[in-house]
Design a protein around this ligand. Structure first.
Ligand code: SAH
Length: 282
């Protein structure tokens, strides 16, 4: 009753009013699969922030920015489960089993992943195992690099004047090659905007496939590296030039690649300038 009154009359407009009572309980023996967002710590959701304060153990990925872990419960155990592109995947099954074990040990387990856990993040595989093993879990979505990371570079993933559809694809399969499961012929012309994760390494062959399938070699490409972090940098090219860029080994990663007209807005929308980069949360 009092809580209701407080909410009703004091409102929840200020962050200071948020306390654990406003959030679902993080029960011992459960796993929360949480998206950290693409870089800046301020891009985690309120639910994710709450989980950081409550967790007993945090199993985190390479793409999770260090600033976030500093906000976590100081006594939480931190387990690094990172992997970076190209290297043979360090046993996803082991990571998932670890989550199961920790949950069975009665811990509040926070599985923290870069961006959104369900976007090329293997969150689906982890959820499958947790479900099969009867471990209760919750999914806390995050801002994915292919939307929020682009926004930090002043690129809207859709604009009414340019595209009514977007394709998200991965440029890298689990064997380390160009994904066989992508129908390049169809993809090339299906949407004006194609957002590519993990695509720098194979950008040359991807560009070739798209051009061979009828995509205009003059289409714009932007490569946004380290999006939403002080190290953010952006390279722009045409699709025809992009292959050569991909072969250069010096494009910083992680990088998100966007093909299509939306990067033209960058000129006017590039809001994330030096002064803002100094701000620790955003
Ligand atoms: N689940 C993540 C994606 C994981 S796959 C998400 O939703 O964003 C890893 C790829 O994501 C990287 O190879 C890169 O293409 C992209 N990525 C993740 N964080 C990024 C960042 N800060 N800047 C640019 N690209 C990023």
């Amino acid at each position: 009753m009092f809580r209701w009154l407080r909410r009703r009359f004091l409102g929840q407009g200020h962050f200071a009013r948020l306390d654990a009572a406003h959030f679902p309980a993080f029960e011992p023996g459960t796993v929360w699969l949480v998206g950290a967002g693409p870089g800046a710590p301020g891009l985690i959701s309120l639910l994710g922030y709450h989980a950081l304060g409550q967790a007993d153990v945090i199993v985190y990925d390479a793409l999770v920015g260090g600033g976030l872990l500093e906000m976590a419960n100081p006594s939480a155990e931190r387990i690094y489960a990172g992997k970076r592109g190209g290297k043979p995947s360090p046993k996803q099954a082991d990571i998932t089993l670890r989550l199961v074990e920790l949950a069975r040990g009665g811990k509040k387990v926070l599985r923290l992943k870069g961006g959104d856990p369900m976007m090329f993040g293997r969150g689906g595989e982890e959820a499958e195992t947790l479900a099969r093993e009867g471990i209760a879990f919750r999914i806390v979505p995050g801002i994915t690099a292919g939307v929020g990371g682009l926004a930090y570079a002043g690129i809207p993933v859709t604009h009414r004047d340019t595209n009514q559809a977007v394709i998200f694809l991965t440029g890298h399969d689990e064997k380390g090659g160009v994904p066989q499961g992508v129908d390049w012929q169809a993809v090339a012309t299906a949407a004006p905007v194609i957002v590519m994760y993990m695509a720098v390494k194979h950008l040359g062959s991807i560009a070739e496939k798209l051009i061979a399938a009828g995509r205009d070699p003059g289409d714009r490409v932007a490569i946004v590296s380290n999006a939403a972090s002080p190290a953010q940098s952006v390279l722009e090219a045409t699709l025809a030039q992009a292959g050569a860029l991909g072969e250069r080994q010096d494009i910083p990663t992680p990088a998100i690649v966007v093909l299509g007209p939306v990067s033209r807005y960058r000129e006017a929308f590039d809001w994330y300038r030096d002064a803002l980069k100094e701000n620790t949360l955003g």
